[in-house]
Ligand binder design. Sequence first.
Ligand code: EPZ
Length: 420
Amino acid sequence: MDSLEIKGGVPLHGDVQISGAKNAVLPIMAATLLTPEKCVIHNVPNLSDVSFMARILESLGARVRLKGGTVTVEATRVKPVGNYDLIRKMRGSICILGPLLGRQHEARVSLPGGCVIGPRPIDLHLKGVRRLGAKVSIEEGYVCAQARRLKGADVFLGGRSGPTVLGTANLMMAAVLADGVTTIQSAACEPEVVDLADFLIKMGARIEGAGSPSVTIRGVKTLHGAEHEVIPDRIEAATFAIAAAATGGEITLHGVRPDHLHAVIDKLEETGVRITQKSLTLKVAAAKKLRPVDVTTQPYAGFPTDVQAQLMSLLILAPGISIITERIFESRFMHVSELTRLGADISIEGPSAIIKGGQPLSGAPIMASDLRASAALVLAGLSAKGKTLINRIYHLDRGYENIDAKLRKLGARIRRRNTE
Ligand code: EPZ
């Protein structure tokens, strides 16, 4: 199993190219199931989650070719049931439910497995397709959904912590081939939802209002093949911006969409980090004097929960008290115990982490628990004195393309080690 060894204390400098967005490409790959015609998707990041989704599409009968940042899918014929274990292992794969139901009027999708960041029910996904007329049951660990025809309807999709991103994606993909009009109220507004809608519209779908809480989908008879370029990964961009801030360096991010990062840029500037935006680049320079801040995670366009852990790795360096409140995933603080192992002073009070910042950090062997927590540990290792060894970095490879190579190019003393 691979680990990452980091010798910290080096300010990072230079340029980094941001990859395509994991959370956009997964639902877009699932959407290719909606047509028998060829679909070509560009700017696809080389991630284990992407290869996983490709194998899931193949288990459903599609022909998939992944080559040099482009994925080509031909779902000439698809089966309503995919590989149980593959689907169970990757939560993001739940978004095959909508396209299978939309095209086949039948889907048997294994229930997603547990997740360390908190309970991740799919009740809103099921509520959505039921409203379009699907009969849904849970049998032998499968979500079984079936409908003679799907019929458009008004659906309120808000949950206890607000909208659902993949729930909105699933319902959009079920509704594009349904009879009549579907309106989704309290839809998720994330840029990844908009990117999916743009791809579906290129396939011939009729969608209005994506990116707003109210989305209207007029069903069509069939969809055709399409070609699309995936948006840049705003979470990867935020992670590299924080790498510059946490190491006292200056990095220019290329191929980034600053308009997807308003809440992150605003919060970093509040800490004293200096950011210069141009159309597709962000220059990020560390603060002269880092300031503590408070932040609460929210649905888009609020501060993203997927950047919460990384921001904590910066705030442990800011002298004074910072408070991070996690409102989306209640137990998304798995990184706290490992950051404490490096010398950070953090206490948890309900949904909040109270950070007494400015404690000196020193390297140690630590353990990654999930994707974004592992990114936070990398950032802390880069700013800690001495050597940090991060185990279980397979979590990192799920969502970051060649992160160690990109960091090395910026001057980081980081290398992958096989610690079998
Ligand atoms: C997407 O997950 C992302 N994953 C997550 O990123 C991200 O953290 C999350 O959106 C929120 O931004 C992908 O896009 C593959 P949700 P998703 O449904 O769609 C509750 C990463 O690090 N909820 O928007 O699964 C749920 O429990 C990953 O890249 C229900 O109650 O998240 C949570 O509290 C981690 N019932 C809230 O809604 C439902 O049926 C938001 O979850 C669905 C969700």
